[in-house]
Design a protein around this ligand. Structure first.
Ligand SMILES: Nc1nc(=O)c2c([nH]1)NC[C@@H]1CN(c3ccc(C(=O)N[C@@H](CCC(=O)O)C(=O)O)cc3)CN21
Ligand SMILES: CC(C)C(=O)C(=O)O
Ligand SMILES: [Mg+2]
Length: 297
């Protein structure tokens, strides 16, 4: 153990007066897959927020958010598109690089996940690997892709080649036109069984993380219990998952249309963006967000 007192610098004389001693740099270790596994074992909830630029990413990191997602929701939030379907790989790489630079500027510790956008991983495993490499070289630590059983061979192919993968089940926004809208998924017994089977297949394929979007709270909790090696991150999926994610703009209360029901505005009582993020982290860690009595589908 190092003695924090030894790191105390002396007061610094400058032409403008004596500056107080510099405070020691925070000794925060980068978030890694072993660290996430450790959190899972100890039952500490994992927090994730989206970020699309350097500054917001750095602030989220400083607020203690463990995982930053460069989501393809940036198509809707930043580009004003009607869905995430129109987002290109170049655009994802541009925002991923911006976020990565923001984290480096402040000695960021967050785990950086980037969405593979529509049409960049469905054609073949080779296409998926090429797309994933573009995002990893832009600074991502992990890529995320949407879809059930059919993605398992792709996940396995990427993981074997050293690309950590986050899967995404339930409401998968890239297939909004096939799903017929942004609807709750896994409501029937049949659909729930399929979801559970797909989640297991994805863990077996090596996915280390799984976003569960808009699925019943009880189902999300069941899947979480069945996946010790794949950390479930819920959005509109109740509070029984290993972690939570929200779109940054949503939790700050700024949006273009109607807010999904699962969103909470953390800015309202916070007074600052940093404060809102800290309140989100606390609420998730303490199991206060989301509140299953409010929107447990
Ligand atoms: N700003 C933003 N927040 C998101 O959470 C988000 C995006 N954009 N873009 C990509 C996807 C799309 N998502 C969405 C979009 C709309 C609803 C929505 O309108 N939900 C309604 C309907 C629920 C229902 O019909 O059952 C809701 O009231 O929650 C939910 C998730 C989640 N993602
Ligand atoms: C809503 C989250 C999980 C996402 O995929 C995104 O922001 O694109
Ligand atoms: Mg996405």
């Amino acid at each position: 153990m190092t003695d924090p007192a030894q790191h105390q610098a002396a007061p610094q004389a400058t032409p403008y007066g004596t500056l107080p001693p510099a405070s020691p740099l925070p000794q925060r270790r980068p978030v890694s897959l072993p660290r996430l596994a450790q959190m899972r074992e100890t039952g500490e909830k994992i927090t994730m927020l989206t970020a699309y630029d350097a500054t917001f990413a750095a602030v989220a990191d400083a607020a203690g958010v463990e995982c930053i997602l460069v989501g393809d929701s940036l198509g809707m939030v930043c580009q004003g598109l009607p869905s995430t379907v129109g987002v290109s790989l170049d655009t994802m790489a541009y925002h991923t690089a911006s976020v990565a630079r923001g984290l480096h500027r402040v000695q960021g510790t967050a785990w950086l996940v980037a969405d593979l956008p529509y049409g960049t991983y469905a054609e073949s495993r080779e296409q998926a690997l090429r797309s994933a490499c573009t995002l990893m070289q832009a600074g991502a630590h992990m890529v995320k892709l949407e879809g059930g059983g059919w993605t398992a061979p792709t996940v396995e192919f990427l993981v074997q080649r050293g690309v950590p993968v986050c899967a995404h089940l339930g409401l998968t926004p890239q297939t909004v036109h096939a799903l017929g809208g942004y609807r709750v998924q896994g409501k029937t017994e049949d659909a729930a069984r399929t979801l559970r089977k797909e989640a297991l297949e994805l863990q077996n394929a090596g996915a280390a993380m799984l976003v569960l979007e808009m699925v019943p709270a009880a189902l999300a909790a069941e899947i979480t219990a069945e996946l010790p090696h794949c950390h479930t991150i819920g959005i509109g999926a109740g509070n029984g998952t290993a972690g939570q994610v929200l779109v940054l703009h949503d939790m700050l209360g700024v949006n273009l249309g109607k807010m999904p029901k699962f969103v909470h505005n953390f800015m309202q009582d916070a007074g600052s963006v940093r404060g809102a993020m800290e309140a989100y982290v606390q609420a998730v860690k303490q199991g206060r967000f989301p509140d299953n009595t409010l929107h447990a589908w």
